[in-house]
Design a protein around this ligand. Structure first.
Ligand SMILES: [Fe+2]
Ligand SMILES: [Fe+2]
Length: 165
């Protein structure tokens, strides 16, 4: 099951208090920052598979970790940002700052993915395959976040179990 791959790659992130709070903070009208991030990670797995089918070598683990971390800077958005525009421009850098604190394997590659995930809303495009996967996966999930998903409840329960274990 795809979701278990996400737990395998990102269990340490899912178990942070920040991710627990992200599961509670509303995002894209009908979802939460945490659930959206899981959705992005699921899309990223599909995109990585498509890259591999084209003979490209992509670090799936790195991309999934980037997906789980990409929006954590949105936590407490009312306190951090003056308005939605400021949030859209600044949350990638804020997410990167938080990620540097949360994970031991934080490096330039992870920073690149997180800081550039909003392109073209922000000026710098991602260059790495993992960065492109998260950028595309984020757009894809932003659209599907708006439509009801019958599997979402089951997935949410699985995520909460993984966070607690
Ligand atoms: Fe974002
Ligand atoms: Fe996002």
């Amino acid at each position: 099951m795809e979701i278990s791959k996400i737990f395998f790659y990102g269990q340490d992130i899912l178990q942070t208090p920040e991710f627990a709070r992200a599961m509670q903070q509303r995002h894209h009208i009908r979802t939460s920052v945490g659930q959206h991030s899981i959705q992005v990670a699921l899309r990223v797995l599909s995109i990585c598979r498509a890259f591999r089918r084209k003979g490209l070598s992509v670090d799936e683990r790195l991309a999934v970790r980037g997906a789980l971390l990409h929006d954590l800077g949105i936590l407490d958005r009312e306190r951090k940002f003056k308005n939605s525009y400021e949030c859209s421009q600044l949350h990638p850098v804020e997410s990167a700052r938080l990620a540097a604190r949360l994970v031991e394997d934080y490096d330039e590659r992870l920073e690149h993915i997180i800081v550039r995930h909003m392109w073209p809303v922000t000026p710098d495009a991602p260059h790495s395959l993992e960065g492109i996967a998260v950028n595309l996966g984020d757009k894809w999930a932003a659209v599907t976040d708006l439509v009801p998903d019958r599997k979402e409840k089951l997935r949410r329960m699985a995520v909460l179990r993984a966070m607690a274990s």
